[in-house]
Design a protein. Structure first.
Length: 167
């Protein structure tokens, strides 16, 4: 498989990091469009760009690697184990975006969109759904540019995320 570079990010620690350290590393896209999927490659080197860290004695452990604004999440056919509301993609969007969510059991599902003032502007779903993974298209053609929120309510699970509509 061929991999094309679509973005780059870097992070540098100037001193030894002996304890667990949380960090963020922005990724700058090399094109105007975010990708439909992402492959993360991590490269470790010492201050002289020596990438043979076995001579340095360093160990890197990554725990809870998360990506905000992911543009694609593969949907598997297996029944999900947990409730989940994914970040919409693309984000920002014009005029439509996809919202993905997962439910582990048959439940009544409510998915609504709210404006910045908290007013409901769209009721995307309000019905009983079987366990599974779902993709919902939201078209904002008739809305003003700006920040919107979408909220998933299923049983006792409630989650809200932000999305940006740019005309």
């Amino acid at each position: 498989d061929s991999v094309t570079a679509i973005g780059v990010g870097s992070l540098q620690f100037n001193t030894s990091v002996p304890n667990w350290t949380a960090f963020e590393m922005p990724i700058e896209y090399l094109s105007n469009q975010p990708p439909q999927s992402i492959f993360v490659q991590i490269w470790l080197a010492d201050s002289s760009n020596n990438d043979d860290l076995s001579t340095v004695g360093s160990i890197a452990k990554f725990d809870n690697l998360t990506l905000d604004g992911v543009t694609d999440v593969k949907i598997h056919n297996a029944t999900p184990a947990i409730y989940a509301l994914n970040q919409n993609y693309p984000n920002p969007f014009n005029p439509s975006t996809t919202i993905e969510f997962s439910i582990p059991k048959t439940s009544f599902v409510s998915l609504k969109v709210y404006d910045i003032l908290g007013r409901e502007v769209s009721n995307l779903i309000s019905e009983l759904k079987n366990a599974g993974n779902y993709n919902i298209n939201f078209n904002a053609d008739n809305f003003s540019s700006g920040l919107y929120f979408y909220q998933l309510k299923v049983d006792n699970f409630i989650e809200t995320k932000k999305m940006m509509f740019l005309k």
